[in-house]
Design a binder for this molecule. Sequence first.
Ligand SMILES: NC(=O)C1=CN([C@@H]2O[C@H](COP(=O)(O)OP(=O)(O)OC[C@H]3O[C@@H](n4cnc5c(N)ncnc54)[C@H](OP(=O)(O)O)[C@@H]3O)[C@@H](O)[C@H]2O)C=CC1
Ligand SMILES: Nc1nc(=O)c2c([nH]1)NC[C@@H]1CN(c3ccc(C(=O)N[C@@H](CCC(=O)O)C(=O)O)cc3)C=[N+]21
Length: 296
Amino acid sequence: MSADIIDGKAFAAKVREKVATHVARLKEENGITPGLAVVLVGEDPASQVYVRSKGKLTTEVGMNSIEHKLGADTSEADLLSLIAQLNADPAVHGILVQLPLPDHLNEDLVINSIEPAKDVDGFHISNVGLLGTGQKSMVPCTPLGCLMLLRDYHGSLSGMNAVVIGRSNIVGKPMANLLLGDSCTVTIAHSRTQDLQDVVRGADIVVAAVGRPEMVTGDWIKPGATVIDVGINRIPNGEKTKLVGDVDFASASQVAGAITPVPGGVGPMTIACLLANTVTACCRANGIKEPKGLTA
Ligand SMILES: NC(=O)C1=CN([C@@H]2O[C@H](COP(=O)(O)OP(=O)(O)OC[C@H]3O[C@@H](n4cnc5c(N)ncnc54)[C@H](OP(=O)(O)O)[C@@H]3O)[C@@H](O)[C@H]2O)C=CC1
Ligand SMILES: Nc1nc(=O)c2c([nH]1)NC[C@@H]1CN(c3ccc(C(=O)N[C@@H](CCC(=O)O)C(=O)O)cc3)C=[N+]21
């Protein structure tokens, strides 16, 4: 059997089209251009690539992209003062501080200094609490993108067994919360989980967010299961490098019912959801009815 390929790249392009329509409407009817500020501290090459790609797609949908690139030795006080300035700027509707931050900066402190209404990553404790209690919040982009792909493929997820591998604050935990919200029976696995393969074999939905190249192989997957591969790992490939997920696509796609590729799966959805969250934040900030159906 060969799995259906869930085309995140194509889906994300459709989401960005909808975002662009709403941005055009905000400009015409309200005279407002949504603005997304991205803060990058240090020179991590992978982070630089994402930030560049975010900036390009932000302007492509008609929004303002504000980029702040700070040196790796930036002090916490300077970073906090930049965030305070962005919090107070009415032209900035969304703020994203690219993670990971250099070791001398306290990530929790920095994230929690972002105005929750502008926290388009959904990482602020206030948004985490709102999501955890099923209240209106900013939803983290990567898990939101995964949920949209799953709902689009399955319709209802109610009663399905979902296994999320990884318990990070940015992917694993919010993913589990969203799946629970859609009435899945959710298991969260991590590096201390015993018999991980057996746990995964019970899953109708597997979300892999581990950071280990091609760890999940076809023999772990229940035949017909849906596999969402969040992993973005750059590995050597001859003289060059290539991007692979946390799932071994070649073997898993022989067993799964549906699977997301890397690249072209979850990654593009993350950025599309970031843009959608920025439109939502802009509408909320201006007392404008927020668009329905932009995200899940
Ligand atoms: N596509 C996208 O848009 C995005 C992709 N990513 C990618 O997703 C992956 C995960 O990212 P992130 O959540 O930030 O990573 P973290 O490193 O923060 O978390 C990884 C998680 O995987 C668990 N883990 C590690 N090794 C194993 C193992 N052998 N068996 C089971 N669990 C294990 C860890 O367990 P423990 O807690 O016990 O240490 C941890 O909970 C990375 O490849 C990252 O690049 C991330 C964000 C967005
Ligand atoms: N505050 C914060 N928010 C984030 O959302 C965040 C972050 N920090 N730090 C890093 C991770 C990672 N991440 C990705 C986004 C898009 C792709 C993406 O578009 N990937 C393309 C390929 C890109 C390539 O070729 O390198 C794809 O999978 O098809 C990947 C990874 C967001 N993250």
